[in-house]
Structures are given as C-alpha cells and as structure tokens.
Design a protein around this ligand. Structure first.
Ligand SMILES: [Zn+2]
Length: 720
C-alpha cells in the first residue's frame, strides 16, 4: 500500500498555565473509558538500538499479520480478515514509523537521529514491497469477488484498497506487472538521484563590491561572503542569497549573471535524469492503462484527470492576465525611469528588483515593527482561545512523562460540551541544532476504531521554529509567523478531531489537492482586525492594538503584487502538467525544450540558455501535483466566505462547528466533494479566489458581462 509511506506533514502550537494547573493523563482516563476510547501518551525508544529494534519489531509483526491474511482459506474470507486486517497492520506500522520520524527530526542526540534515519529507510524499502504481496492481494480479491454488500466507509476502504492494487499493477498479466514493478523501482531511484543532485549542487559566484551595489551589508558581511579585499562570494544555490541579490542589486548585469547561474544549477546531471524520469512515468501510466502520468496522478485527487487540472490552471492564467499585465507595466515604468531606456523590458531577472523598489516607494510597511504586537506566549494563547471557542474544544496542558527537549509541551484536547477527550498534541516551538527546520505537524498516533471496538484517539507533534526568547525580550513573532501558526495548528485539529473509522481515512488523509485548503483558509484570520484585537497588543503597553491603517496598508501591498506572484505559481503548475501530459511511447523527452517556452508564454522573457526544470525539486514527489496549491487556494477562499458572511465573522461558533463536523471529523472517510458541499451549503465557486487575485470584476477579467463569458470564472475547481 503506497499510503504506508505517507506521513503527511501538516502543523500547530501551544503553551502556558502555572505548574499547579498541569494535569496528567490519568485525569482524563475516566472520561475516555466512558467514551469507549483509548488514550495513550506515546512511549519513545531511548537508545539507537531501541530505535532500530522498534522498527524491526513493527516490520516483523506486520509480516506475520500479512502472512495470516495470505494463508487464510479463500473460501472463508471476510472484510475483517482482509481489508480490515490491512488497516490494522497499517495502524501499527504507521505508529512505529511516525515515532521514528519524530525522533529523526527532534532528538538532541545525533546518534539517535542517525539511527532513526537508517530505520526509516529500512521501513520504506519494506513498505514498497507490501504492494507486491501476491498472497495478500489474492485474499483481498477473493473477498471483493464475493460482491459484499458494504456501506459508507467500509465500501470506500475496499474500493481504495483495490484501487491501490490496480495502480501498483497487480491486476495486470504477470509479465506486464513485473515490468511495472521494475519501472517503479527504477523511477524511485531516479527520483532519489534527482533530489540528491539538487541538494548537492554548489554554485559560488564571485562579485566585486561595485557589482553588488544596492545589496545590503547584512548579507555582504555575513560569514563566508566576503572572501577577499574586493571579492564577495554569493551562492547561487542558496535561495536566501539568490533572492536578496535579485531583489536589491542595482546592476542588471549582476542580476542576470546570477540568474543565469541559478537556472543552470544541476543542469548537466539532472536534465538526463529528468528525461529518464518522464520516460519511466509515461511507460508506467501507459502500461497501467492511463493516457498520461498526470491522469495517473490526479485520479486519486479532487481534479480526477490531468485535463481538469490543466483547464483549471489555464483558466487562471487567462483570468489573471489583466492584473498581471498591469503589474508588469508598472514595473516596466520603474525600469524605464532607472535605465533611461524607453524600450526597457521586464525580464525574469528583473521582477524581484523592481517589485522591491515598488514596495519601498509605494507601499512602505515596516513589517518588523509589527513584531511587538505578537509576543509568542500571548499569540499562542490568543489563537488557542479563538480555536477553542469556534470549534467547541478545550485545550488542557498535561504532564509529558518523557521529553525530548526541556520546553516540550503536551496538551489534551477535549470536546468542550461533553468533556470527551479527543487527542493530544506536543509543542516543540523553537529552533535548535539538528532539529527539523521548517514548520509542520507530524502525526504520531492516528485516529482509528480498533478491532476491539474502542476508538484510538490521535496524538500529533507540532515542530516549529519561532524566534527564541532573548534575555531582554520575549519571543516576538513576525506577522508571517502568526499566519504560519494559525495554518499549522489547523492541520493538528484536522488530525485530532477525526471520527474516521480507518487509518486510511483518518484526519488529514484527504486528497492531496484539498489537504491544505482548511489551513489556508485559517490564514485569513490574521488579516482581520477583529480577530487580531482579541490577542495582539504591544507587549510593552498592552493597551496599544495594531492600527487599522497598518493592516489596510499590508493588504494593499499584498494585493499590489499578487498578479506576478500567482502568475509565477501558475507557470510552475503549467510546466509540471505539460511535462506529464500525453506523450507518444518511444519518443524521447526533451524537458528543457518542453518547459522553457512556457516561462515565456506564462511569465516573463528568459535567457534561453537556462534549464529551470533541472532544479525544480517538486518534480520528484509533487509531480503532476503543483496545480494542487492553487486548487486548494481556490477552495480555501471559497470556504472563508462562509465565515465572512456569518454574524460573528471569523469568530463565528456555528460556522466553526460546521467546519469541525463537515470537514475535519469525516476526513477522507467520504467523498470530499460531499464534505465541501455540506460546509458551503452550495456548489463551489471560484469567484472568491479570483477576488483574492485582484480580479474583482468578471467582465474585465474575461471580457464579457457574465460569469459564463469569463474563462476563469466559468469553471470552479472543476467538478468532474
Ligand atoms: Zn499546510
């Protein structure tokens, strides 16, 4: 089952309360028993040997259980002895793997992290092989052949299990199946190489001070950059270096040179690898009976076909055209003025610089000054209060018997009405050496109805990297940090309040082009004055709230650049879908020739001697999936309108409870279109998304008076 490998990263946060308020797990056991549920705090391996041992044991147990499925009398197969048993196996295996991943990402001991990394590799290799257990497949097939009368989630579980086998090639003739298995293994290796080549590439570019005119001293004087009297080494492979120079270097030659190096990174190695990956994917898709790899990839998502994804992106590219044109024209004016060349054009190496100029001149917002309104603790408590209130929940700090870091926090989530315990979350909020360096939710224990009829409540960990407190001042978050906090914590709630019976559908196990939508929606909260005023206040003088003009100005600045921002996103999605579109078998791929013209068509003029796709990491793992960001964005914007129209806006409890009941609780246990429809109370619409893109009037966007004549407006994230 491919989903053995899926440990989705989605995230959240919390801490406060006095020591005497801290409860323990046992305080919740009576309520858990009453609700017929299992509530356990995970136990953690303590030595590298235990880390490996834990995974080895899980694999051995799973293999034994798989043997039992495979060995049974095919005349007596039941739901429980086949697909049900597979979900039980997945539960145990996933808990062991998830714990190992958390150790790898958090443990303070490098030897523990290394052991965890090795154990995860062992686990992944094993998990791929589970797909190809013929004996297990035969038992599942024998059960399906009885044409059982199943309903709801049971029916869906059988359907998805059979689908996995079909997608792995198990339903093909033996020789064809062997070819698919071989191609899949080779593809996995190629993808690993592609990613490794991106990680390994280093591209130092030496400039003089004069060439770097405009680039801030913070970067010029940072370690490793000043490498001689008048030589500065900029690393084209380091995104932060690249973006800073492209945003600030006054000389076009400098920007263009660095751009040229960046867009040739890993070219020699990865162009052939990518061509080979595309060939493999196309062959796998064709052998499995799909027209293309994007059809294969989107089949299990909301889009359901490559064509639907492509139409969606094409419509957005067209819909945003006027806004994009207007923004580029404004950037061009700045370039004409600066270069005194009336014919100056905005190229791929210019937009960051002139957008930065525009922001400085027209939309001066000192985002750093906002930090004083967001001390970490108060912000966290403020978000807690909002989510507890709108989702009908209560968060209680409890004692963590084992801690991988001193300031680790553990919270119990209960239903505020009934007191029913729903699950737990760990918070590990500040950076340190060797820790995971982004922001994400890591699942540990999934929600699941166990074979004994008790419900196993979930536990998750939120791993974040907020600025640590300093001697003289608390941790002060940026506005973007606050947005991230609201986003990631939404994922945690999605996992915790689940009511799905099977691991397969529990929590955030929803289509990949939907999973981000609820959290993207929650980002709106931190752009709303009413919401912010419930917690954001100057930590030095809490009577001072964020000025309304400041929020308005930030929104204005954001809107001023969305055209270029999103058009670039759509370009990536277009390139990704084009590479994975229908392609004649046997015809070689030329990934550079296929993708470069799309940049020119959808975005800005490029230097033809570049190969962006060689460094486009999403092509391994998110392949034929980049469109999903925009797809989920569109649904997020649509869902946000339900709150916006409610009496209490983003603080509305009725709508909050509806989100919990219709979106979070069912997870993947029913058709996601049904969940979204129930929450919206109507069909989906793309209009709210177009509004966030600055396309307010359909007439202007599409050239016609009604939605129907607006290419972008006519198609909501297209329903199949
Ligand atoms: Zn997310």
């Amino acid at each position: 089952m491919k989903h053995f490998l899926l440990v989705s990263l989605v995230a959240g946060a919390a801490f406060s309360l006095q020591a005497e308020d801290v409860k323990s797990l046992s305080d919740f056991q009576a309520a858990a028993e009453k609700a017929n549920e299992i509530l356990v705090i995970p136990e953690w391996p303590k030595t590298p040997v235990e880390v490996q041992g834990n995974v080895d044991t899980a694999i051995a147990n799973a293999n034994r259980a798989l043997d039992t499925i495979g060995k049974q009398d095919l005349a007596k197969v039941t739901f429980k002895s086949t697909v049900g048993a597979l979900d039980d196996i997945q539960n145990d295996a996933q808990i062991a793997a998830s714990k190992t991943i958390v150790i790898q990402q958090t443990n303070q001991d490098a030897a523990m992290r290394d052991a965890a990394e090795k154990a995860i590799k062992v686990f992944q290799d094993w998990a791929v092989g589970v797909d190809y257990r013929e004996d297990v497949y035969k038992a599942v097939k024998a059960f399906a052949d009885t044409k059982p009368k199943l309903e709801g989630e049971d029916a869906l579980l059988l359907e998805h299990t059979l689908r996995d086998y079909r997608r792995a090639g198990l339903t093909l003739e033996p020789d064809k199946r062997a070819q698919v298995e071989k191609l899949r293994k080779e593809l996995a290796k190629l993808e690993t190489d592609f990613e490794a080549n991106i990680v390994a590439v280093k591209a130092p570019v030496v400039f003089t001070k004069a060439e770097l005119e405009g680039v801030p001293n913070t970067i010029l004087e940072s370690p490793g950059v000043k490498t001689g009297d008048d030589s500065y080494t900029i690393l084209a492979n380091v995104t932060f270096h690249y973006n800073t120079v492209e945003e600030t270097a006054k000389k076009e030659e400098t920007r263009k040179h660095l751009y040229h190096v960046r867009f040739n990174l890993a070219r020699e190695k990865n162009v052939p690898v990518l061509n080979d990956m595309l060939t493999h994917r196309n062959q796998i898709a064709l052998k499995l009976g799909y027209k293309s790899w994007d059809d294969f990839q989107t089949e299990i998502k909301m889009a359901k076909s490559g064509a639907a994804a492509k139409t969606f992106i094409n419509d957005l590219v067209a819909g945003i055209q006027p806004k994009f044109d207007a923004e580029v024209a404004e950037l061009r004016k700045l370039k004409v003025a600066e270069s005194s060349d009336p014919n100056a054009q905005i190229n791929k190496w210019d937009w960051r610089y002139f957008q930065n100029q525009l922001k400085k001149e027209k939309y001066t917002v000192d985002t750093e000054a906002l930090r004083v309104y967001f001390p970490f603790q108060k912000t966290l408590e403020g978000m807690f209060n909002i989510y507890q209130s709108i989702f009908g929940l209560k968060f209680t700090k409890i004692l963590a018997p084992e801690k991988w870091i001193d300031d680790l926090q553990l919270y119990m989530v209960t239903d505020s009405g009934s007191g029913q315990p729903l699950g737990m979350f760990y918070l590990d909020m500040f950076p340190r050496e060797g820790k995971f360096n982004h922001f994400a939710q890591f699942p540990i224990i999934p929600g699941k109805l166990l074979p004994d009829g008790k419900y196993q409540r979930p536990t998750v960990a939120l791993l974040c990297n907020f600025p640590p407190p300093q001697k003289d001042k608390p941790s002060l978050l940026s506005h973007q940090d606050v947005e991230t906090l609201f986003h990631e914590f939404g994922h945690a709630l999605h996992t915790i309040v689940t009511s799905a019976r099977y691991v397969r559908f529990s929590g955030t196990s929803v289509p990949a082009d939907f999973v981000e939508a609820p959290s993207q929606m929650l980002q709106n909260w931190v752009w709303n004055k009413k919401v912010l005023d419930t917690f954001a206040a100057d930590y030095r003088d809490p009577s001072k709230k964020i000025p309304a003009e400041l929020i308005a100005k930030m929104k204005e600045a954001k809107l001023a650049t969305v055209g270029v921002y999103y058009r670039r996103q759509f370009t990536f999605a277009d390139i990704d879908l084009t590479l994975h579109d229908v392609h004649p078998e046997g015809q070689p791929y030329d990934c550079v020739a296929m993708s470069n013209p799309i940049f020119v068509k959808d975005f800005l003029p490029i230097d033809p001697d570049t190969a962006f796709v060689a460094f486009f990491g999403h092509l391994a793992g998110y392949d034929a999936g980049y469109y999903g960001y925009a797809w989920a964005d569109a649904i997020a914007a649509d869902m946000a309108t339900v709150f916006e129209k409610a009496p209490d806006g983003f603080l509305d409890k009725t709508v909050g409870m509806k989100l919990r009941k219709e979106i979070y609780a069912p997870g993947g246990s029913r058709d996601i279109d049904v969940s979204i429809h129930n929450f919206l109370g109507r069909d989906r619409s793309i209009q709210p998304y177009l509004k966030t893109l600055g396309i307010d009037t359909p007439a202007k966007a599409g050239g016609g008076p009604s939605n129907e004549s607006n290419p972008a407006a006519a198609k909501p994230p297209t329903k199949p």
